[in-house]
Design a protein around this ligand. Sequence first.
Ligand code: 5GP
Length: 119
Amino acid sequence: MTYAYDPQNIFARILRGEIPNRTVFENAHALAFHDINPQAPVHVLVIPKGAYMSLDHFAAEASAEEQAGFMAAVAEVCRISGLAPGFRAIANTREDGLQEVPHFHLHILGGRSLGRMLP
Ligand code: 5GP
């Protein structure tokens, strides 16, 4: 599969500093920030700094260092956000997944019981 990346997507613009964000954590390979329209008391988006349009793109083509840095950011977000009682991680992907922003992002949702995964 080939993955097309649009460098004008909103998260690419956040990474370039063109649009502000409420940063939760940042390292060399990932940025985590509060979702602008939170669906739970905790709703953080973790994104890689590289140009990957989806989870499968990132998993297929990101380096081991990028993948490790991303997962380290996920761990920090969970720690900082007090998610010991649990959380949900979601990566909406392309059309069937109703992905709106074509830069890979992992939603980290928590802070309350989240109900069943799908309606
Ligand atoms: P998707 O449907 O692509 O999985 O989710 C995109 C998410 O990005 C949505 O939850 C939406 O609220 C969030 N979002 C869209 N634009 C912005 C923005 O400019 N800033 C922030 N922090 N979140 C955004």
